[in-house]
Ligand binder design. Structure first.
Ligand code: SF4
Length: 261
């Protein structure tokens, strides 16, 4: 996840409409190209219950950090870009951190984006999938679902949390026929076992609502943030996957019938 900072004119801005849910915002990217179709207004919210070893944004973990802003302010900001987003066949993506750590705020922003006629996407680990009620999902056109590993031990080692809630959410989305793009960050020696990737690919194929798969090679650009925060990256000694290894993982998803990039 890539993030810019918050636009200066939003700093400290809190014209609170009591009816508009407040959220904690980490940053905004106004022309994102990797978090959903077309060009995206990407809202990165604060707070995440996971502790992924490869997290690029550990500064989003703290739910109390970030700028307190009402949803209406975010929607007003999105409205400035709506025409451009339409032309670029894009929309709005809410990422983080974990968007489902702030479900009321996220629902209000998604619904606001829909009133502007924009495509909406939710970028989530699915761990807090139970926080996504039918109203939130009704305002969500696409879920970018990160399944970080497909066996419990690896998932827990990678995220410090359990895998089951994510799979429960994946199956709920499948039951609704909600479009999903599955994302898989490939880490050498951690979640690159071909048998486990094949098992995930077959599971995803059975779900029936996964429209595409993105295999994202782990990269080390986020390590400086760990250092700035006084933490040691657990993957400091882990190399990025080779292009060949990344292609091999993609081929396993393609073998299950997916368009995979
Ligand atoms: S789910 Fe995303 S934000 Fe949360 S720890 Fe993992 S990579 Fe970081």
């Amino acid at each position: 996840m890539n993030a810019t900072t918050l636009p200066a004119h939003l700093h400290g801005l809190a014209p609170r409409d009591a009816a508009s849910p407040m959220g904690r915002v980490h940053s905004i990217e106004t022309a994102g190209s990797v978090d959903g179709p077309g060009l995206r207004f990407v809202l990165f919210v604060s707070g995440c219950p996971l502790r992924c070893q490869y997290c690029h944004n550990p500064d989003t973990w703290d739910a109390k950090a970030g700028w307190p802003l009402p949803a209406e302010t975010i929607v007003a900001e999105i409205a400035k870009y709506a025409h451009f987003l339409h032309l670029a066949h894009g929309g709005v993506t809410i990422s983080g951190g974990e968007p489902l750590s702030q479900p009321d705020f996220v629902t209000a922003v998604l619904e606001g984006a829909k009133t502007l006629g924009l495509h909406t996407a939710l970028d989530t680990s699915g761990f807090l999938g139970d926080h996504a009620d039918d109203r939130l999902l009704a305002a969500t056109d696409l879920v970018l679902l990160d399944i970080k590993a497909f066996d419990e031990d690896t998932y827990h080692r990678l995220t410090h949390k359990a895998l089951a809630p994510t799979l429960r959410f994946a199956e709920r989305l499948a039951g609704m026929g909600k479009p999903v793009w599955l994302r898989y960050v490939l880490v050498p020696g951690l979640n690159d076992d071909p048998a486990a990737i094949t098992a995930l690919a077959r599971y995803a194929a059975k779900l029936g609502n996964v429209r595409r798969v993105e295999v994202l090679p782990f990269h080390k650009m986020g390590e400086s943030k760990w250092e700035i925060m006084g933490m040691h990256s657990p993957l400091a000694d882990t190399p990025e996957p080779t292009p060949e290894a990344t292609e091999k993982a993609r081929a396993l998803f393609r073998a299950a019938g997916f368009d995979c990039t």
